[in-house]
Design a protein around this ligand. Structure first.
Ligand SMILES: O=C(O)CCC(=O)C(=O)O
Ligand SMILES: [Fe+2]
Length: 210
């Protein structure tokens, strides 16, 4: 038995689609995100209550965007600093959802995370969406990362694996409720983003946001 065999199994409903986007498609996505960020700039959210800034910078596209500030976590239709609506979700990402989500309706939200080399995302569950039958569909671009996933309880055993530019992860079924996070970025592992770092796109159906 290897060390890996002793680790938790991947949760049911987690699908990894390595290299789902080839380099040309990644470059197109990069330009699409550049246009989104020109309209809806990346900003640094803060942890509720403590106000501690996230290491990840964020923006959104879609009719709703996920935000975090001293008042809590929520979805809202307007960018917190510009006050403008989020840009539409690009057709390429709606097409991806149609192909892999196995869910009839389109996503309302696409969170765009930017990880500088030192950024990470601590273990959490995506729990602010009313529609939990819809999966979370996530796209990785730029530098590789170490992604960790466990079970529905924070104390469940976890497994980690690398995600590289162009990879897609679908968290559906039981995996929709699984704890997950990003332990680290591997700087210099991709030439896609000239400044380095990693972009993650996270499509969610949401509906009836609080
Ligand atoms: O960056 C990732 O791969 C995961 C992002 C994530 O879990 C989230 O935004 O909720
Ligand atoms: Fe998440």
């Amino acid at each position: 038995m290897t060390a890996d065999d002793r680790k938790a199994a991947l949760p049911a409903g987690l699908r990894l689609l390595p290299g789902r986007f080839d380099r040309a498609a990644q470059e197109t996505l990069r330009e699409v995100i550049r246009a989104i960020a020109a309209e809806a700039p990346f900003y640094r959210p803060a942890m509720p209550w403590t106000g501690k800034p996230f290491s990840v910078r964020m923006t959104n596209c879609g009719s709703l965007g996920w935000v975090a500030d001293k008042d809590g976590y929520r979805y809202q239709p307007l960018h917190p600093t510009t006050g403008r609506p989020w840009p539409a979700i690009p057709a390429m990402l709606l097409d991806l959802w149609q192909e892999v989500a196995d869910f009839p309706d389109s996503p309302e939200a696409c969170l765009v995370n930017f990880y500088a080399p030192e950024a990470r995302m601590s273990l959490h569950r995506d729990g602010d969406e009313a529609e939990r039958a819809a999966p979370v569909v996530s796209v990785s671009l730029g530098d590789s990362c170490l992604f960790r996933v466990g079970g529905p309880d924070r104390s469940d055993p976890t497994r980690s694996f690398r995600l590289s530019s162009g990879d897609v992860v679908v968290l559906g079924g039981a995996a929709r409720e699984a704890y997950h996070g990003v332990d680290r970025i591997y700087p210099g592992t991709s030439t896609l983003l000239s400044q380095g770092g990693r972009i993650n796109l996270t499509l969610r159906r949401v509906t009836k946001a609080g």
